[in-house]
Design a protein around this ligand. Structure first.
Ligand code: CP3
Length: 341
């Protein structure tokens, strides 16, 4: 087994002793950091993802600058649809990334294929290998993928929003949706296995758009595929699942067998800890980082005090937002690291 200077997060995920609550933040590498913006000013986003030196540099920035207990490999969930054959555009100030020629019909689905991670996504493996080498055992490295439903939502819609077309497809042509979800799931399993062989220590599955589905749809079009991914990955690394907006089903979701479930800020952390027998991750509202330092520490304290002891990883309820004051993020991390029950 690999040796780390700081293996707190892995110990919590394994259920062993930990002296304090580990902390990392979704989107901890990003535009709120001036050091990120300095590199981003010179390269476009996808070039950064596809250049291992740049991806590994921005992956390690938050470890150096804000002192988190884990790194997360710099990439995006939408590189999987790209590897499956779609064209991905990440443009400045255009309301987020876009997938061109979204998939709407059965013949559209003929345009995509199961991603071959070793070829189509080899740059992610290279970025992971270089990052593991550069981290040199300081903290564990998290790999990730979008959940099949969240990826399908972008592939059908073409962009973020309310995903009305993707939802319509679930009603109109459930068989077609399942064919697409099958291809995405196979792509994701291969991709995450490749990330594990390249050296990630933990996997997180982002189901950011779980919350737009009804409970029945979530079960049929999201949960079953997530469970299949967890079943296939568990032997390689601990798995964290983030079903954003599906707090009504936390107990059912915990049955997917993941080692941890990450929750958004709309559920009290003690309720999440009651519903989920595994480790619970979360759940500070990223918006609180725009409030006063007092408010930030008060809410961090509330979460740390109410979370299930020994099975909590501190995080936000969603990603750090652009424009978040860096000093607030630093104050938060310092507070969490100094907190003792
Ligand atoms: O967390 C990290 O620090 C690792 C890197 C990471 C990014 N995207 C970098 C990124 C991760 C884990 C993601 C996941 C991701 N991407 C999700 C799931 C998690 C979530 O936040 O809900 C989703 C839905 C996406 C799709 C995506 N990519 C959106 C909606 C956007 C635009 C919004 C934004 O913040 O700009 C992106 C672009 C993106 N992904 C950026 C970064 C740092 C900003 C790109 C830039 O520098 O211009």
């Amino acid at each position: 087994m690999k040796k780390f200077e700081n293996d707190l997060i892995l110990r919590v995920l394994r259920g062993s002793e930990s002296e304090r609550t580990p902390v990392w933040l979704m989107r901890q590498a990003g535009r709120y950091l001036p050091e990120y913006r300095a590199i981003r000013a010179k390269y476009d986003f996808l070039t950064m993802c596809k250049t291992p030196e740049l991806a590994s540099e921005v992956t390690i920035q938050p470890v150096d600058i804000i002192g988190v207990d884990a790194a997360i490999i710099f990439s995006d969930i939408l590189v999987v649809p790209e590897a499956m054959g779609m064209k991905l555009l990440v443009e400045e100030g255009r309301g987020g990334p876009r997938l061109l020629d979204p998939l709407r019909t059965s013949s559209d689905i003929g345009r995509v294929h199961v991603a071959q991670a070793d070829d189509d996504l080899s740059y992610v493996g290279q970025a992971i290998k270089l990052t593991v080498k550069r981290l040199n055992g300081r903290v564990p490295l998290i790999g990730f993928s979008g959940a099949p439903w969240t990826l399908m939502a972008y592939m059908v819609e073409g962009r973020g929003g309310d995903f009305a077309r993707a939802r319509a497809l679930l009603y109109e042509e459930p068989g077609l949706a399942h064919r697409l979800l099958r291809m995405i799931t196979d792509s994701v399993i291969g991709y995450l296995k490749m990330q594990c062989s390249a050296g990630v220590d933990i996997i997180q599955i982002f189901d950011t758009w779980a919350g737009v589905l009804s409970e029945e749809q979530y079960e049929e079009f999201s949960f079953v595929y997530i469970k299949e991914i967890v079943d296939n990955l568990k032997a390689y690394a601990p798995v964290i699942v983030f079903p954003k907006g599906m707090n009504r089903l936390l107990r059912e979701i915990s049955h997917c067998g993941a080692d941890a479930v990450s929750v958004d800020w709309t559920v009290p952390i003690d309720v999440a800890g009651f519903e989920i027998p595994q480790v619970v991750q979360g759940n500070l509202d990223p918006a609180v980082l725009f409030a006063s330092k007092d408010a930030i520490l008060q809410h961090a304290n509330r979460i740390l005090s109410a979370a299930p002891r020994g099975r909590h990883i501190f995080n936000l309820g969603h990603g750090v937002m652009p424009g978040t004051p860096v000093e607030n993020v630093k104050a938060l991390i310092e507070f969490v690291r100094d907190f003792h029950h």
